[in-house]
Design a binder for this molecule. Sequence first.
Ligand code: FAD
Ligand code: UDP
Length: 364
Amino acid sequence: MYDYLIVGSGLYGAVCAHELTQKGFSCLVVEKRNHLGGNIYTEEVEGIQVHKYGAHIFHTSNEEVWKYMNQFAKFNHYVNSPIARYHDECYNLPFNMNTFTKLWPNVFTPEEARIKIEEEKKDSFKENPSNLEEQALSLVGKTIYEKLIKGYTEKQWGKPCKELPAFIIKRLPVRYTFDNNYFNDIYQGIPIGGYTKIIEKMLAGIEVKLNYNFLEHKEQLSKMAKKIIYTGPIDEYYEYCFGPLEYRSIRFETEVLDMNNYQGNAVVNYTAEDIPFTRIIEHKHFDFGSQKKTVISKEFSSTWHTGDEPYYPINDQHNNDLYQKYKKLSLKDTKVVFGGRLGLYKYMDMDDIVESALEFVRGE
Ligand code: FAD
Ligand code: UDP
């Protein structure tokens, strides 16, 4: 009998398994994929660490979490500074003085940028924006909304901006300095050697079964442990008894190119509506790579259907209400606890995941 059965070897499951083992508990990890790491999995192609399930940049302001992660890897000095491509125009992100001076040739100073953006917002400003379009127009005005937000967001979420919740873009910084750092956090970087190595270190010495879907062995596995930590989708665990939660999925088209530098930056967002993908990732630039070849991934955002990989929870009113029903049901179940971004149906960055896993283990 194990103390804990941990379903999923993503970051949440791995931190829990590592910390519970340190506390003297016995753990078994089951993972339905053929590899460890969940969505932060990286694999080496042509000497380049490829982020197989989308680009992952570690960033945090939580010192405990940063120190914790640094036990398992050395992080490099990568700072995320995406480029936005809109037709034949190229801009720096997030929205900052580099973006403003390029958009408006007679804007040079923060004061001139402020005046210009005030003018851009004047006809559409709303004190309490009720959807993403209103939020964007009230934050940065018409030109930035049309060139850098509308097309990208509608491709990403598959819905008009008018029908999307405002909170999605609230986290995008708007800065009146020449600072292209996408994040405001104190600590940032990419683990040298890739994320998979971190997970391997966390799970060293712990029993792991790969290619093993918990749901196909639910009864038998449930008898093997005192407690279950479940990091897969909560609705799937309960056999969609209240109906399925919605997600956005992503299709990645990855290519090895016989050139050393394709786009000069790790992340280029394609913000025009008529380009079918949202962004192109050139993986070597996360590590300042000097390999002869390069690997790029185009990201196509798509509607999620049962069986597809769920990437982004769609936290609108309907889905949040539905999630609450599953959560209520799970609270009656004393044997299983749900964790991670799928168990909690919540968009969580890696640092949030580590923080919440450490907090969970503290209570055990
Ligand atoms: P997961 O990594 O999804 O792990 C869950 C695991 O459970 C999976 O391995 C799955 O196969 C397994 N599983 C599910 N069901 C079963 C079952 N029935 N039986 C057995 N195994 C099962 N965060 C950042 O901080 N920075 C970023 O730059 C960033 N970029 C992102 C980009 C994209 C495209 C996406 C989608 C997310 C990004 N994130 C980023 C968020 C990050 O991916 C998550 O915080 C993190 O991976 C969540 O870890 P997790 O363990 O909760 O989930
Ligand atoms: N966004 C945008 N234009 C961009 C990048 C982002 O309009 O070039 C919006 C979009 O609505 C997106 C949100 O900002 O869903 C959050 O973007 P972020 O890059 O933080 O999300 P990620 O997809 O990387 O998790």
